[in-house]
Design a protein around this ligand. Structure first.
Ligand SMILES: Cc1cc2nc3c(=O)[nH]c(=O)nc-3n(C[C@H](O)[C@H](O)[C@H](O)COP(=O)(O)OP(=O)(O)OC[C@H]3O[C@@H](n4cnc5c(N)ncnc54)[C@H](O)[C@@H]3O)c2cc1C
Length: 328
């Protein structure tokens, strides 16, 4: 089993900055994230929105903030585990034993940055769709090239679905976007780009059936929302479901190592320490008097927690110094 100085659980913006700072302080750290990509709420819920209250950036798109954090983290050899959900944490003999869906990890201290819970894609609630995931049906698009020259359909009408349709239309042969309303709930610029493209808009329609065909394609049956007898059928190579994400905090609440909490989060002191020695909580997951769930506040909490964690497992180590005094 790998042993780390610090395990950071949750790869949202706050966990990412904590991972960078753990590297800056020369610790052996791992960042564990349940989703395929880092960035937490920013990546999952508002990658195209502009953020105005992050220090040093007068205006930055969510997606670009995550990219900057990724570059900042890459300065140090921090291990990053995505697709990895922490299902249990136990404190045993001064070590934290972390169970994930991939492996067991041991750490001297943990920094929990799980926000309001693990994100997972909102599922298409139609019988027969889940077995087709990986066989033409997708919830994630790791590489647009996989759709080159394919006929594709995207189900969803928010920012992410519209942007994905426009982006994949660059490589796909034919793109159809399916949305249950006439109007898309995306930024004006995105809707403009959609309307200017040759993407077919199947609206207001909902998917009622997805069937594999003998030629390894998918036959999608679409019903008109106001007139269910008005049926349209399309045949595509791929269906990409983009209904947004849901977060669930049951997993974190089920861990055996549970610090004192209130409804808003796990209670921490000014060092972001809980009542369990070596167990720190930052970002939206913690609570103290006057707490606000903001990225800038989480960014301040991250170095406080890392420095306190180092004092916990290595009390004789000095620091922190100023990064401007380092040659990186
Ligand atoms: C629409 C919207 C707009 C916003 N706009 C702003 C804004 O303009 N300015 C601002 O400051 N804030 C804004 N916020 C709030 C901001 O996004 C949050 O405060 C911030 O994302 C918190 O970061 P975090 O890293 O603590 O948690 P999150 O971003 O929630 O990330 C937590 C991560 O932990 C992972 N995780 C959870 N459980 C587990 C587990 N068991 N195992 C492994 N991984 C796990 C999750 O998958 C997730 O990736 C906005 C929020 C929303 C929803």
């Amino acid at each position: 089993m790998q042993e780390y100085d610090i395990a950071i659980i949750g790869g949202g913006p706050v966990g990412m900055f904590a991972a960078f700072y753990a590297g800056l302080r020369d610790t052996k750290a791992v960042l564990i994230e349940s989703m395929a990509t880092l960035g937490g709420q920013v990546s999952a819920l508002y990658p195209e929105k502009h953020i105005f209250d992050v220090a040093g950036f007068p205006n930055i798109k969510g997606r670009d903030l995550v990219e900057q954090l990724t570059q900042q983290m890459a300065k140090f050899p921090i291990e990053v585990l995505t697709h990895t959900t922490v299902s249990d944490v136990v404190k045993q003999d001064e070590r934290f034993i972390i169970t994930t869906n991939q492996s067991m990890i041991v750490a001297k201290s943990i920094i929990v940055a799980t926000g309001k819970g693990a994100f997972e894609p909102r599922k298409m609630q139609i019988e027969g769709v889940e077995p087709l995931v990986g066989h033409g049906v997708h919830y994630f698009v790791p590489n647009p090239e996989q759709f080159r020259n394919h006929d594709i359909a995207i189900a969803g009408g928010g920012d992410s679905a519209v942007d994905m349709a426009v982006m994949l239309n660059e490589v796909a042969n034919q793109t159809t976007i399916i949305h249950r309303r006439e109007q898309f709930r995306a930024m004006e610029q995105s809707v403009k780009a959609l309307n200017a493209s040759d993407i077919d808009q199947a609206t207001p329609r909902r998917v009622v059936q997805v069937m594999p065909t003998v030629s390894q394609k998918l036959e999608i049956t679409l019903a008109h929302v106001k007139n269910p007898d008005d049926i349209q059928t399309i045949v595509v190579d791929d269906l990409i479901i983009n209904y947004g994400f849901i977060s669930e905090n049951k997993t974190v609440l089920g861990w055996q190592a549970q610090p004192e909490s209130v409804m808003q989060g796990m209670i921490v002191n000014q060092e972001m320490a809980t009542n369990i020695p070596g167990y720190f909580v930052i970002g939206d997951a913690n609570y103290y008097d006057g707490k606000n769930d903001l990225i800038a506040i989480g960014f301040g909490e991250a170095p406080a927690a890392i420095n306190a964690a180092i004092r916990f497992f290595d009390p004789h180590r000095g620091g922190p110094g100023h990064s401007s005094a380092m040659s990186l």
